[in-house]
Design a protein around this ligand. Structure first.
Ligand SMILES: C=C(C(=O)O)c1ccccc1
Length: 362
């Protein structure tokens, strides 16, 4: 018998079950990068998740790297998100927002005044970015001055306050998948010689300063951090991830954060990378909730609970095509297939029109 579908106490919150909707970029924000009415429907349809973590939401325009991703730095964005959180709460759900700064994974088209994207060091990422002109190579970013860092920390603090004003139940700091905070932590992208570069302590400094800024707004039990120690997504990597992420997890544990959200393996798969890092070791360092993610199936989630290798399991793509994923997993019912053509951009097709098991619900 499994407890996967039983309530779970996470600090002041009681989650209806141990199934979490992972953050999923859908590129459907409206003008001003405001979540629109379809977002209200989309998240409300999925409110049966024990916890919803919103799509990554940029803390400033500088933190934006993709078309139509929502922000959490303007009054209009806060008002848009308020409609989402009110509707999710009315449906009995719980929702955190993921705070995002893309760093170098961007393009001047998205940047204030057409400026270069910013990063710990001026190292051009391999890969392309979708701009209005189509797929373009990414550019060499500008290395941030040491004096600019406090301003970015302040942007995270303000975004955390905005998240509170927008009615979220908590915030997740996005420190995964090769974006700004990950770029600072990993030595492939951070070759700074100031207090934010070189040693593990220095490369982890920005994440911890951001975490402390968020903790000046939110109680620790409503704050999570997402990490992807072995991911190479967005051309990120580190020469020695085990000691780096052991240090980071210990530091997050000292802050008594509500949860650690771990992408186990390479983002989107494979889970096995052959690298010398054991996620069980990282979990042992963290006393509170461990939220495991990356290609989990129903069987893997049941096994994870059976072996207690994770407290909560986050599902991404399955939640896109199955608004009632929890009920389908509970019944071991068939899952709707994901339509990759409607993952990013567009309107309701592939967003709010996936069917429920009991077809009475639209
Ligand atoms: C925020 C993302 C992440 O964390 O990987 C993302 C962004 C664009 C496409 C897919 C995923």
């Amino acid at each position: 018998l499994t407890d996967l579908f039983q309530p779970y106490a996470m600090g002041p919150l009681t989650l209806a079950n141990r199934i979490v909707m992972a953050p999923l970029t859908r590129s459907r924000a409206l003008a001003g990068d405001v979540p629109g009415p379809l977002a209200v429907t989309y998240y409300t349809q999925r409110a049966s998740a024990g916890l919803i973590i919103s799509e990554a939401s940029q803390i400033s325009q500088q933190g934006k790297g993709y078309a139509q991703t929502p922000g959490i730095y303007s009054a209009a964005q806060v008002a848009g998100w308020r409609k989402v959180t009110d509707a999710v709460h009315a449906a009995g759900g719980k929702i955190f927002i993921q705070l995002w700064h893309v760093g170098r994974i961007s393009h001047p088209e998205f940047q204030p005044g057409g400026a270069l994207p910013v990063a710990p060091s001026a190292i051009r990422p391999a890969g392309t970015v979708h701009t209005s002109k189509g797929k373009e190579d990414m550019v060499t970013p500008r290395a941030l001055e040491t004096a600019e860092i406090p301003g970015i920390v302040a942007d995270y603090r303000k975004a955390a306050q905005n998240a509170y004003d927008a009615g979220f139940d908590g915030v997740e700091i996005h420190a995964a998948n090769g974006y700004l905070l990950d770029q600072f932590m990993r030595d492939k992208t951070n070759q700074r010689s100031d207090v934010y570069g070189g040693s593990i302590e220095n490369r982890s400094r920005l994440l911890l300063e951001v975490t402390d800024a968020v903790l000046s707004i939110w109680s620790a039990d409503r704050v999570g951090v997402r990490l992807s120690p072995l991911s190479t997504f967005s051309d990120i990597d580190d020469s020695n991830p085990a000691p780096l992420f052991s240090y980071v997890v210990r530091q997050l544990a000292l802050r008594n954060l509500g949860y650690l959200h771990m992408i186990e393996g390479n983002t989107g798969g494979p889970r096995e990378t052959g690298r010398d890092l054991d996620f069980k070791d990282l979990r042992q360092l963290f006393p509170n909730t461990y939220l495991a993610n990356n290609c989990y199936t129903r069987e893997m989630a049941l096994t994870a609970r059976g072996n207690n290798t994770a407290d909560l399991i986050a599902f991404g793509r399955p939640f896109i095509s199955n608004p009632d994923l929890v009920e389908r997993l509970r019944r071991n019912a068939p899952l709707n297939e994901l339509d990759p053509a409607t993952l990013y951009g567009g309107g309701e097709h592939g967003y709010t029109d996936y069917p429920f098991l009991d077809h009475t619900r639209a």
